[in-house]
Design a protein around this ligand. Structure first.
Ligand SMILES: O=C(CO)COP(=O)(O)O
Length: 252
């Protein structure tokens, strides 16, 4: 793994968490000890309502915070939306874009996801672009072509190790307790790596590719040891500090 591909363990809290979750964040920040800090990046993406408070809480700590989505524009008449600049202002260093729940619930296609990734860069945030096939696509043997299309069409020109992370999240593995086989993960991550190389040359070799979908303490070591898996995007298990930290320690 090139030195630039320092493992990243990212927690996506989705629509979970209230101010009372500060205790869980504190436990995560405390558990991100010297041994972990030496080896991995750790990121928590809470709901946007908690970002500013959490940012103040962990000020000075190495733990990174991120948003879960952003609008393509910096500001304007877009009721209910949040811009990348606002996330940055609230203390985020990264933002997830193109999560399958956004693609499904809000009809976001590749072009919108690409615009959001550009917005992340405009604000100085690391863009975590999610890709992944549905169960129907997987069963039709379409997983690799679908993911290839998403990597080609959701990621803007100018992607580099310093501004982009790709997260492969097979939709059927999210929140289901099901995970692909190691061979299937290796195949899709290899496909993503190849397309990144085609598009971004040598820079593509340094871009981190995370696996997401039912990552738990008991399967993390196997998934994280798979070729071209540079970390994990964790949903449910990131809500409990002990589980999230156990996943992070699986890298060690
Ligand atoms: O969607 C995910 C992270 O973005 C994965 O969620 P789970 O870990 O709950 O399956």
């Amino acid at each position: 793994m090139p030195a630039s591909r320092r493992p990243l363990i990212a927690g996506n809290w989705k629509m979970n968490g209230l101010k009372a979750s500060a205790g869980e964040l504190a436990a995560i920040a405390e558990g991100y000890d010297a041994a972990l800090r030496a080896r991995i990046d750790l990121l928590v993406c809470p709901p946007a309502t908690l970002l500013a408070g959490f940012s103040a809480q962990v000020a000075g700590a190495a733990l990174m915070l991120g948003g879960q989505d952003c609008h393509p524009m910096a500001s304007g008449a877009h009721t209910g939306d949040i811009s990348a600049e606002m996330l940055k202002d609230a203390g985020a260093g990264a933002v997830i874009v193109g999560h399958s729940e956004r693609r499904a619930d809000h009809g976001e296609g590749d072009a919108v996801v690409m615009a959001k990734a550009k917005a992340a860069w405009r604000a100085g945030l690391l863009a975590i672009v999610c890709v992944g096939e549905s169960l129907q696509e997987r069963e039709a043997g379409e997983a690799a072509p679908v993911v290839t299309r998403q990597v080609r069409q959701s990621i803007p020109e100018g992607a580099a190790a310093a501004n982009l992370v790709v997260a492969y999240e097979p939709i059927w593995a999210i929140g289901t307790g099901r995970t692909p086989t190691v061979a299937d993960v290796a195949q899709i991550h290899g496909t993503i790596r190849r397309v990144l190389g085609e598009r971004f040359g040598a820079e593509g070799a340094g871009i981190r590719i995370l696996y997401g979908g039912s990552v738990k303490p008991d399967n993390a070591a196997t998934l994280l040891a798979t070729a071209d898996v540079d970390g994990a995007l964790v949903g449910g298990a990131s809500l409990k500090a002990a589980d999230f930290l156990a996943i992070a320690r699986a890298v060690l």
